[in-house]
Design a binder for this molecule. Sequence first.
Ligand SMILES: Nc1ncnc2c1ncn2[C@@H]1O[C@H](COP(=O)(O)OP(=O)(O)OP(=O)(O)O)[C@@H](O)[C@H]1O
Length: 270
Amino acid sequence: MSTVNQATLDVESLSVTLGRHPVLERVSGLSARAGEITALVGPNGAGKSTLLKAIAGLERYHGSVRFDATDLAELDATERARRVYYLPQESGTPAALSVFEAVLLARRTSHPTAGQRDLELVRQTLIMLELEPLAERTLDQLSGGQRQRVAIAQAAVREPRVLMLDEPTSALDLHHQLQVLEWLAAVARQRGIIVLIAIHDLSLAARFAGQLWMLGNGGKVKATGTPRHVLTEDRLREVYAIHAQVEWSDDEPPRVTPLAALTSLGGVKR
Ligand SMILES: Nc1ncnc2c1ncn2[C@@H]1O[C@H](COP(=O)(O)OP(=O)(O)OP(=O)(O)O)[C@@H](O)[C@H]1O
C-alpha cells in the first residue's frame, strides 16, 4: 500500500535558547518529505536533539515549523502531539509491564478507543521489529537493545504523521540496525509519513535516508540534500574534524569510512 501524500515539514528561522545559551540561531531551509527517512546528522552538542524537541513543541522556540502547510504553533498541545511524535534517546516505561502491554499502552495513549484493529497493529509491529518472541516478557527482563526496539514500537503504533526518533539505533547490534532502518523506511513509504531521525552513523544515514540535514557546531545548518550531495570528504573535515573516505558507485549510496580524527595536538595535520 503506498500513498501519494505530498506533505512536507518545513523549518524556517528557528531559534532556541537553553538557559542563557543560544543553541540554535535562525535555523532555516530545512525541509523533509513524506514517504522517506530524513536523517539529521552532526557532531555531539550541535543541537540535533534540541531541534527535534522544538519541532515536537517540547522546547520553546522562535521561528516557524510548518507541517502540511499548517504552522504547528497554531495547534494546541494535544493536536500537535497527535501529528508529531518525538522519541527521546532515553525513554522510560514502567518496567513491570510486558512488552505487549507496553506497546498497547502507547497505542491507547494516542488512540483511547483501542479495539481489535489496534491489537492487530501492536501484534504486527512486534513481528516487524522481531519482538514477538519477547511479547510476554516484562521490560525489566530485556537487554538495552531489546528495550530500544520496544520504544521504537511504542512510537510507531501511535501513528503520528511526523515520527521523530533520536538515535534509534544507538543500542542495536548490526543486524537490528539494518533491520530497524529498513522497516522505518518502509513505514515512511507505506504510511506516507515523515520519519526524521538523528543518527551518528553516516553510512547508515546515507543508505536509508532520502535527505540529510547536517548541523555543525553552534547549531549551524551546514548542508541539506541527498546523501551524495551532503557527504563529501571536505565537508566531513570541516564539520566533524575528521579525515574520512567517502566511496560511492552509480547505483549505491555513499559509504563513509572515518580514518582519523584531526587534532591540533599533533598527530594528523589539518
Ligand atoms: N538545559 C540546557 N541548558 C543549557 N544548555 C543545554 C541544555 N541542554 C542542552 N544544552 C546544550 O545545547 C547544545 C545542544 O545539545 P543537544 O542535546 O541538542 O545536542 P545533540 O546534537 O543532540 O548532541 P549529541 O549528538 O551529543 O546527542 C549542547 O551544547 C548542550 O550542552
